[in-house]
Design a protein around this ligand. Sequence first.
Ligand SMILES: Nc1ncnc2c1ncn2[C@@H]1O[C@H](COP(=O)(O)OP(=O)(O)O)[C@@H](O)[C@H]1O
Ligand SMILES: [Mg+2]
Length: 228
Amino acid sequence: MRVISCRGVTRRYHGRGVEPVVAVADVDLEIEEASFVAIEGPSGSGKTTLLGLIAGLEPPDAGEIIMLGHDLSRLTAAERARLRQQRIGIVFQSFGLIASLRAGDNVALPLALAGVPERQREDRARSALAEVGLESAFAARIDELSGGERQRVGIARAVVIDPAIILADEPTGSLDEENGAGVLQLLTDAVQQRKASLVLVTHDPTSAALADRHYRMRDGHLTAAVPA
Ligand SMILES: Nc1ncnc2c1ncn2[C@@H]1O[C@H](COP(=O)(O)OP(=O)(O)O)[C@@H](O)[C@H]1O
Ligand SMILES: [Mg+2]
């Protein structure tokens, strides 16, 4: 089964110049169930914009996005939010954790948004933290955690809803090589175990090469990377 299908997807931004910036240019992309797709490209090539379109955070200017059988353009903003909250996990470069909440409460938050009953949330958050090797960090403050630990909390938060798709936007971009490799391993293990699909965006060709399918993004255009 196909979980994401993009056809001719285009997004332009009207900035200071006369010509709009074409952040995403006529992108076609098919992502199968339980597959790992990497999109490698330099800063400014349109990677984050493309992930935002796939997540239904904003509509494309042209083209069609089918996500888990839903044409995103036919859903209301509330329906898109619901789909995202229930089926999609997102991992950010700068972790995106809420500093005023304990680690476990950060992980439990998506469960509340997805409508999971309160009495189940703590157990599920604890087991997601255990999955990333942080079983003892449930009550930890975010500022007590290292960068690698924060991103492991970010992974626990992304997987806790048992998503069909995980979108990871440069998840190792703020980490040193060793912690980055560990985080990437946890992420790929977590998606494999759930038979979820992973869309990894990165500027690092080495991590992109781990994927089942490897694309390059340049100036908004997506092309299949040819193996070396
Ligand atoms: N909200 C925005 N308003 C105007 N221009 C934007 C906006 N978001 C992104 N851009 C522009 O779109 C292009 C792609 O950006 P982005 O998707 O963030 O690339 P990447 O994630 O690969 O670094 C860049 O030229 C960027 O400046
Ligand atoms: Mg980006």
